[in-house]
Design a protein. Structure first.
Length: 665
């Protein structure tokens, strides 16, 4: 299959011929699109057909006109001659357009780096000699040094274009295609290879994240401190002056499920430098630390530099990019989110992504207001009013208070179906979302002021019924049946397949399993099999499911893994230089009809750390093209066979070089 091309035929008159219609030809006075195949024989046939059909149409038209106008004046021959002449010109022009189309398609077959074939093209391409595919080499320039921390879809330089209401300017707003940067993001001056895990949890190089604001503004709270060439993270925070470990110890006493594997996945809204999520890793709990892009704090950048899972995001006007009923626990430690404003719409989003039986943990205002209100620049009456509003809203959403002590309060999302039935009352607020609201739709989906009721028909959806960690990793979740065409047997086959693949991958990439690989992304996962097979390695995996692919992300979360929705035609919600390994399996085969390959590879280069790896499993057709573009990215690449040598797929392993901007020299 080859591309469509549009050949504008001259706007002519409309010829209406019943006889010609029977032959399947209809000529209209408009611009037509001609589909052209790259075959000389085919074109010669088509030119012959178009001439024959045109002459037939002219002949039939002439006969009809002669029959209709035989009693008219002697000017008839002159009119007929003029019409025949115009008809012949029309046929010649269309025939010539087919000829030009053949030349055009043959030239287009020499694929340039700006073009990406459609997924349907790969089967034909694999049958041909891959050496016939010519890809023009390209060299991308360096970006300016002021783009060293460039985040395309959350760029502070573009904030003034968007509204301030509910901080919508901090949400994703990607630049149009004509404004995309086609250059390589330079590292900061003095950038060093990151400190390795687990040492990185407590320290990082200052030059890698050269932001002093937190150190200066939060020095009394011990978020971090700068000493020489390093930042150190003592584990302090606004709400845990005695250290994050003591804070989490108290939380575990309030939530026993944090100790026995019941609680596995968590989200930290307004995460600071992610000390809470970092501490939970030692306790077997995997946390997505969430914070918006800002001008000075770089919270998510600090988190990822430390080797802790994090993503840029904000609860504002759109849903977070996670499926419903996913997280076992949500946490806010003085995150400054106005939970009771706008009808409690932010709490409704927490309710949506929290699993039935899951916990919402809040510390900071208005919790323990009786003892803390003086330090909050407020009055005790105001704080009591805020707490009463919060409690009323949570109760109306089927939350119930679970435990409370000192500065920590814990609510639990109900698994009781009877509570959600009460939402049907006409005067109730918030109301139950109607059936037209897809619970898992979360890619640029507006927040709605209604309760997403969990599907309690899934017996293993609630936190009380889901298998405990690590057993849940290998058990097929109930929600797999919600994925079109998926069954439990598919899950088992996928798990077996990835165990076999990872065994082979370790022979190809010796650093896999070492401290060189910490932050990993599976760019187009299905059930999280890649991440599950690496569970014993000292790394974590961000599982990405395309917003256009079957919705398998709930299955990923039910297994006790983490991930997000994303569209690879756009930039990912993270800072530059944040991942050690990017893995993809057929991403270009499935998405190349929508996304230009060079933009996807430029984005991969942006988020990949210097000396990091891209591990790409693709058809040989795409591997050749990727390898050529990768040279322009300054990557070192080599091609390997898959575990099945008879497979038409190949594995391309690339390493990003460490280079410094010439603008700093």
């Amino acid at each position: 299959m080859l591309p469509y091309i549009c050949i504008p035929c001259l706007p002519l008159f409309t010829i209406s011929l019943p006889s010609a219609f029977q032959l399947g030809f209809q000529f209209k006075g408009s611009v037509s699109s001609c589909r052209v195949h790259n075959s000389v024989h085919y074109f010669s046939e088509q030119i012959t057909h178009i001439f024959s059909a045109g002459l037939l149409c002219i002949n039939l038209w002439g006969q009809e006109m002669k029959y209709k106008d035989e009693n008219k004046s002697g000017r008839q021959p002159e009119k007929s001659s003029r019409v025949v002449l115009i008809g012949i010109m029309f046929v010649v022009l269309c025939g010539f357009s087919f000829y030009l189309g053949g030349i055009f398609c043959s030239e287009k077959n020499k694929i340039s780096v700006e073009q990406v074939s459609k997924p349907g093209d790969t089967r034909e391409a694999e049958k041909t000699d891959s050496s016939a595919i010519q890809v023009k080499s390209v060299s991308f320039p360096e970006c300016s040094v002021d783009l060293q921390d460039y985040t395309p879809c959350t760029d502070p330089k573009r904030w003034m274009k968007y509204g301030r209401h509910r901080l919508t300017f901090m949400e994703r707003h990607c630049p149009p295609v004509f404004d995309r940067k086609e250059c390589l993001i330079p590292p900061p001056d003095g950038y060093k290879e990151p400190i390795r895990w687990p040492k990185s949890r407590d320290e990082c190089w200052y030059r890698n994240v050269p932001y002093d604001w937190i150190n200066k503004q939060k020095s009394n709270q011990h978020w971090l401190r700068k000493e020489g060439e390093k930042f150190y993270f003592p584990g302090g925070g606004t709400m845990f002056p005695n250290g994050v470990s003591a804070y989490v110890d108290l939380m575990q006493n309030l939530i026993p499920g944090m100790k026995d594997g019941t609680v596995r996945t968590a989200i930290d809204t307004g995460c600071g430098v992610a000390s809470w999520g970092g501490d939970l890793l030692d306790r077997g709990i995997l946390t997505v630390s969430l914070a918006p892009r800002d001008n000075h704090e770089a919270q998510v950048q600090f988190a990822l530099e430390r080797g802790i899972p994090a993503i840029l995001g904000i609860i504002s006007t759109q849903r977070l990019p996670f499926p419903s009923n996913s997280f076992d626990m949500a946490h806010c430690s003085r995150c400054l989110i106005p939970w009771t404003e706008f009808g409690g719409i932010y709490l409704l989003e927490v309710h949506r992504i929290l699993r039935p039986g899951g916990f919402w943990v809040l510390s900071g205002p208005p919790i323990n207001y009786q003892n803390r209100w003086r330090g909050w620049n407020t009055t005790i009456d105001e704080q009591k009013s805020d707490y009463d509003k919060l409690e009323e809203l949570l109760t109306s959403m089927c939350f119930k208070i679970y435990n409370k002590k000192d500065d920590i309060a814990v609510w639990q999302k109900s698994s009781d179906e009877s509570c959600y039935k009460q939402l049907d009352a006409p005067d109730n607020y918030p109301t139950k979302c109607d059936d037209g609201t897809e619970p898992d739709s979360a890619w640029y989906t507006p927040l709605r002021p209604c309760v997403v009721v969990p599907n309690l028909n899934h017996k293993k959806l609630s936190l009380e019924s889901v298998p405990k960690w690590p057993e849940r990793l290998h058990e097929a979740p109930d929600r797999i049946v919600d994925v079109k065409g998926s069954h439990v047997s598919d899950f088992k086959r996928d798990e077996s397949k990835w165990k076999n693949r990872i065994k082979h991958y370790r022979t190809l990439l010796s650093v896999l399993g070492s401290d060189k690989i910490r932050n990993v992304m599976d760019m187009n996962t299905r059930y999280g099999g890649f991440a599950a097979s690496l569970i014993d390695d000292p790394l974590w995996v961000m599982n990405v499911v395309s917003s256009y692919a079957p919705n398998t992300l709930p299955v990923v979360y039910d297994r006790g893994l983490i991930g997000t929705y994303h569209d690879w035609c756009e930039a990912f919600s993270t800072y530059p230089r944040t991942y050690d390994l990017l893995h993809l399996d057929g991403l270009f085969t499935s998405e190349s009809h929508r996304c230009e390959m060079k933009y996807v590879l430029l984005e991969m280069d942006r988020i990949l750390r210097p000396n990091g790896y891209a591990f790409m499993r693709e058809s040989s057709y795409f591997v050749d093209k990727i390898a050529t573009i990768a040279k322009g990215l300054r990557w070192d690449c080599h091609v390997e066979d898959t575990e099945d040598v008879n497979n038409k797929e190949k594995i391309l392993i690339c390493q990003k070089k460490l280079w410094y901007s010439q603008q700093n020299s």
